[in-house]
Design a protein around this ligand. Structure first.
Ligand code: HPA
Length: 272
């Protein structure tokens, strides 16, 4: 079964030619995923917004997606996200591999550990309260390294590191919000990075994301109106690179883990 998974964001709905399609049942809902091979590695693929892009950011079943991947044996997740640039030096078409995030989501179910649901992690049944650490690395350093190596090889424009601000959506942000996020240290803004990254850590999985800047965020270019069509166009134009970079990342990820993501639950369990 696959050890590696890809979660594709807006516009990225498939990666295999003839995937095996699988339905995985979880306590949080059923998940449809593709299973295929990239070179010699077996990989699972989930289209975050559905194959027809009919699931809005706040309605994505993040818990079911991550739990389904965990159930089939996935340890490492490579995600992709479309983002707007808060930092004006990140022009559209630039790839960013964030190394931190700020959570401005409002109404999302962001934890597996609600005190009553039984969660199985690496054969251990947990039911209670768990506080995972996001320090020192909110994103898996090993997956980040592989993404960065793939970006270097691809010869595309990219930024190593940056703070990803995650908003609730569906609307784009106001200029004042983006100004505030800029003061807070945000570099890029999107709607889907949280709770995915948190839920992966709660299941002791490795997770990192490859962001593609599709636009300057609200107000960064004065009073210019921001449209989804503009976001979709830049994304589509770069999709070929995105697919290749993700596929190369899969190949570059070391088989055994040398990061600490697998130990995320050590010292994190409040109600034992
Ligand atoms: N804001 C929020 N989400 C986004 C943006 C943005 O500017 N661009 C792409 N996804």
């Amino acid at each position: 079964m696959p050890r590696v998974a890809i979660i594709g964001g807006s516009g990225f709905y498939s990666i295999f030619e003839n995937p095996e399609q699988k339905e995985v049942k979880t306590p949080f809902g059923d998940v449809f995923l593709d299973i295929g091979r990239i070179r010699n590695v077996e990989v699972a693929f989930i289209a975050r917004h559905g194959k027809k892009h009919d699931i809005p950011p706040a309605k994505v079943n993040y818990k079911a997606n991550l739990y389904a991947l965990k159930q089939i044996g996935v340890e490492r997740v490579i995600a992709t996200n479309a983002v707007g640039a808060i930092n004006p030096s990140l022009e559209p078409g630039t790839f960013v591999v964030p190394d931190d995030f700020i959570d401005f989501t409002k109404n999302r179910d962001s934890t597996f550990y609600d005190g009553k649901t039984e969660i199985v992690v690496n054969g251990r049944v947990l039911k209670g309260v768990v506080h995972v650490s996001m320090t020192p690395d909110p994103y898996c350093p090993e997956i980040r390294r592989s993404i960065l190596q793939a970006l270097k090889e691809a010869g595309v424009k990219f930024r190593d590191g940056g703070v990803y601000v995650v908003t609730e959506g569906n609307r784009f942000e106001t200029p004042a919000e983006i100004k505030a996020f800029s003061y807070l240290g945000g570099d890029v803004v999107g709607m889907t990075g949280v709770p995915e990254v948190v839920l992966a850590r709660e299941l002791a999985m490795c997770y990192a994301t490859l962001c593609l800047v599709t636009n300057y965020a609200a107000g960064v270019q004065g009073s210019k109106k921001l449209t989804h069509d503009e976001v979709a166009e830049i994304y589509e134009r770069n999709l070929r690179y995105l697919r290749d970079i993700v596929a190369r990342t899969v190949e570059l990820i070391p088989i055994s883990r040398s990061c600490s993501c697998g130990k995320a639950l050590e010292g994190a369990i409040a109600s034992k």
